[in-house]
Design a protein around this ligand. Structure first.
Ligand SMILES: [Zn+2]
Ligand SMILES: [Zn+2]
Length: 302
C-alpha cells in the first residue's frame, strides 16, 4: 500500500507505530525546515488515512476525469508536443482532520428499539455534517482557511503521428476527481485526444477522403486541380484519367495519413464533384456539339 510505503511501514503496523513513524517523517520533511511541501502533504495524508480505523473498508477511489486536447488533422499528420497546466483542489492536510465521531465516513449508525426489535439507521454525522472531516486550527497558513489548496502541474504530452480520435494519450495518477474527506483517494486524470474536423479532408482510418469540385470541361479533357494537402498544397494533373466518373473513387497511393502501426502512409481517396455550367445551346451550337460527339464516337455510347 502506497500509504504504508510513504511512512516506511509494514502493512501490519500498529497505531502506535504509525504515530511514531509519522512524527519522525513529519519532522524530517516539515516545510519550515526546508522540506518539500508536497512530500509533507503526502505524509500527512498517509497518516490521516492510516489512523482512520475504518479505512480498509471505506477507502474509496474517486471517479476519474478527462482532459480533452483538441487537435487539428495536421497534427495527426505531423505529430506534436503540447504543454499545458492542469489544476486540482486538494484537501488541506494542515487544518482538516478526520471526524472521530464517524471515522471520516460522514455517516453514523443509530439504533432504535421498538418493543423487541432493534432498528439500525444510518444518519448524517451531526459533528461534521456528512463531510467526514472537521476543520481544526483556524488561521491556516496553508489554505488561508479555505480547507482546499489549489495545486498546478505542467504536463507535456507527446502526440504521435497517426494518433486516433478519442485516444488516451496519458493517465495522470491522482489528478482526477479529488477527495472531499480522508476516506477517499483521488481519481486519475485521462488525457484524451479529440481530432477536429478538417474543412477539406475526412479521415477514414489512415486514409483521407477528398471531394474536390471540377468543371465539366476538366471532367472531359483533364487539367490541374489544387489539392490543399496537409503536407502542403500541390497541383494534381487529372489529364489521362479519361472521362471523370463522379461515382468512382480515384486513389492516390501513399498520400493519406501516417499509420500508427507501421511507418507507411494511408491513401488519398478522391471523389470528384462535377459542377455543370448553366447553359442552353442554340441550334447551331447543338449541331456543332453533336457533330463533335459523333466524330469522337460518343454520340450513342454509354
Ligand atoms: Zn463526522
Ligand atoms: Zn488549511
Amino acid at each position: 500500500m502506497e500509504y504504508y510505503n510513504i511512512l516506511n511501514l509494514k502493512p501490519n503496523a500498529t497505531r502506535e507505530e504509525i504515530k511514531k513513524a509519522y512524527r519522525q517523517k513529519a519532522l524530517e520533511h516539515h516545510p519550515d525546515k526546508g522540506g518539500n511541501p508536497d512530500m509533507f502533504r503526502k505524509i500527512n495524508n498517509a497518516y490521516n488515512i492510516l489512523t482512520n480505523s475504518d479505512f480498509k473498508i471505506n477507502l474509496q477511489k474517486c471517479d476519474n476525469s478527462k482532459h480533452i486536447i483538441e487537435i487539428p488533422l495536421n497534427t495527426v499528420y505531423f505529430g506534436d508536443t503540447k504543454r499545458f497546466k492542469i489544476h486540482r483542489q486538494v484537501l488541506c492536510n494542515f487544518c482538516n482532520t478526520t471526524c472521530e465521531n464517524c471515522n471520516g465516513t460522514g455517516i453514523i449508525k443509530q439504533s432504535h428499539q421498538i418493543s423487541f426489535f432493534q432498528q439500525i439507521f444510518n444518519v448524517v454525522c451531526p459533528r461534521c455534517n456528512k463531510k467526514g472531516i472537521v476543520k481544526g486550527n483556524m488561521n491556516c497558513s496553508s489554505c488561508k482557511d479555505k480547507q482546499y489548496v489549489t495545486e498546478t502541474k505542467i504536463i507535456e504530452i507527446n502526440i504521435e503521428k497517426g494518433v486516433y480520435d478519442n485516444q488516451v494519450l496519458d493517465i495522470i495518477t491522482d489528478w482526477g476527481i479529488q477527495p472531499s474527506n480522508f476516506t477517499q483517494i483521488a481519481g486519475d486524470l485521462y488525457i484524451v485526444c479529440k481530432v477536429l474536423d478538417h474543412p477539406d479532408f475526412r479521415r477514414r482510418g489512415d486514409d483521407l477522403f477528398f471531394t474536390p469540385e471540377i468543371t465539366l470541361s476538366q471532367s472531359l479533357v483533364g487539367g490541374n486541380i489544387l489539392i490543399p494537402h496537409l503536407s502542403g498544397s500541390y497541383n494534381f494533373d487529372i489529364t489521362g484519367f479519361g472521362i471523370i466518373d463522379p461515382n468512382q473513387i480515384y486513389t492516390v497511393i501513399g498520400k493519406g495519413l501516417p499509420s500508427k502501426s507501421s511507418n507507411k502512409y494511408g491513401n488519398l481517396d478522391i471523389q470528384f464533384k462535377i459542377v455543370y455550367p448553366k447553359k442552353t445551346f442554340n441550334q447551331i451550337e447543338l449541331q456543332k456539339f453533336k457533330h463533335t460527339l459523333k466524330e469522337l464516337n460518343l454520340l450513342s455510347l454509354r
